[in-house]
Design a protein around this ligand. Structure first.
Ligand SMILES: NC(=O)c1ccc[n+]([C@@H]2O[C@H](COP(=O)([O-])OP(=O)(O)OC[C@H]3O[C@@H](n4cnc5c(N)ncnc54)[C@H](OP(=O)(O)O)[C@@H]3O)[C@@H](O)[C@H]2O)c1
Length: 335
């Protein structure tokens, strides 16, 4: 039996190096699961990894894909039978853009059968990042304001949804106002331009502004940093504009604004099993309640990988590009 799987053999030019290849089915060994994959998103980090510009390199050839979901169909020796038929999400580093994955059971997490598989495929990275940005950087509570750029990104929408659920006000700066068709409760969507500081000052008045979330960089990050209260924190978790941060000395000295980074991978490596589970159970619960919802722009079969990658790198989207991996999901798997 054959499977289909995206493989890249060198880095630098994602559209040329990604192809669909047939390989033999992998049989799960001791302690391993055989997972028929359903969906996997294409994230900016996946593209960065293909380009060889990510924080962690992989040994080539490699299968791309940082997250995804599927159904356990085969069990290796020593795996409890309850795993069979469970929908699961995969840990990082597995390479999810494949019809079939063989993976050690540690780190694989079953999800509630009621969770939509597309939502499950997008749960582990962006909603978890949003959760941790709001919970681990500094104290933010009801009535406080959080500022963010890339407010229409998947992380940005999850931040706004969590803020809405937790009574936190949020200013979401975006490049196109129509990229957020419906604002969350307590959210204000504004253009990320020179007029932003005036608008935020008007909106927030004397409320606390302790935290800014930066996924863009350059001037956009600086605009957010200038608006924070003394001692506030700008946390950078992405660099979509590919512009460095140029921080005025006065913001450091006179306002003591703190500039720091966040990387889910680092947090995950350092976290206890219980801390990881608290985050995943939290975002799963909110996804089941419909509070957290990741929009889908388009769904491509694995055989349409080039077109999917092209779409994922285009502006003007209002959601994620997903790969449909299993034949059972009706995907076009003809290379
Ligand atoms: N540090 C971590 O652990 C971590 C975890 C998850 C995600 N991230 C990062 O978070 C960021 C967002 O990820 P995502 O999956 O949520 O993204 P996404 O849903 O694919 O959305 C991409 C966002 O980037 C914006 N963008 C694209 N090019 C831009 C440019 N040149 N200047 C300004 N904005 C630009 C887009 O705006 P338009 O719609 O206007 O094009 C959109 O808001 C990425 O940098 C990603 O790597 C980091």
């Amino acid at each position: 039996m054959k499977i289909q799987r995206a493989i890249y053999r060198k880095t630098g030019v994602p559209r040329e190096v990604c192809g669909v290849e047939e390989a033999d089915w992998g049989e799960p060994g001791s302690g391993e699961l055989g997972v028929r994959m359903e969906y996997a998103p294409i994230h900016p980090a996946d593209i960065n990894q293909l380009e060889g510009r990510y924080g962690r390199s992989v040994e080539l050839p490699a299968v791309p894909g940082g997250e995804g979901c599927g159904v356990v169909e085969r069990l290796g020796a020593g795996v409890p039978p309850e795993w069979l038929g469970r929908r699961v999400i995969l840990p990082g580093g597995v390479g999810t853009w494949s019809e079939w994955c063989v993976v050690r059971m540690e780190g694989v997490r079953p999800v509630d059968p009621g969770l939509d598989p597309k939502q499950a495929a997008m749960l582990r990275i962006n909603p978890a990042t949003a959760w941790l940005l709001l919970k681990t950087v500094c104290e933010v509570g009801p009535g406080d304001w959080v500022l963010q750029n890339a407010g229409n990104s998947a992380v940005g929408r999850a931040v706004a949804q969590l803020c809405g659920a937790w009574g936190i006000r949020v200013v979401s700066a975006v490049r196109r106002l129509d990229s957020v068709p419906v604002a969350e409760p307590g959210e204000v969507v504004v253009l990320d331009d020179e007029a932003l500081p005036g608008r935020v000052a008007e909106l927030a008045g004397s409320a606390r502004l302790p935290l800014a979330l930066n996924a863009v960089g350059g001037e956009s990050a600086l605009r957010l940093g200038r608006l924070l209260n003394e001692g506030g924190t700008v946390v950078t978790y992405g660099g979509m504009a590919k512009q460095p941060l140029r921080i005025p000395t006065g913001l450091l000295i006179f306002k003591d604004i703190r500039w720091r980074g966040f990387w889910l991978t680092r947090w995950w490596d350092a976290a206890s099993e219980a801390a990881r589970e608290e985050v995943l159970a939290g975002v799963e619960r909110l996804a089941l309640q419909g509070v957290l919802k990741s929009e889908v722009d388009s769904v491509f079969g694995l055989g349409e990988l080039e077109a999917a990658l092209e779409r994922a790198q285009q502006g003007g989207r209002t959601g994620k590009v997903l790969l449909r991996l299993s034949r059972d999901c009706g995907g076009n798997l003809d290379a």
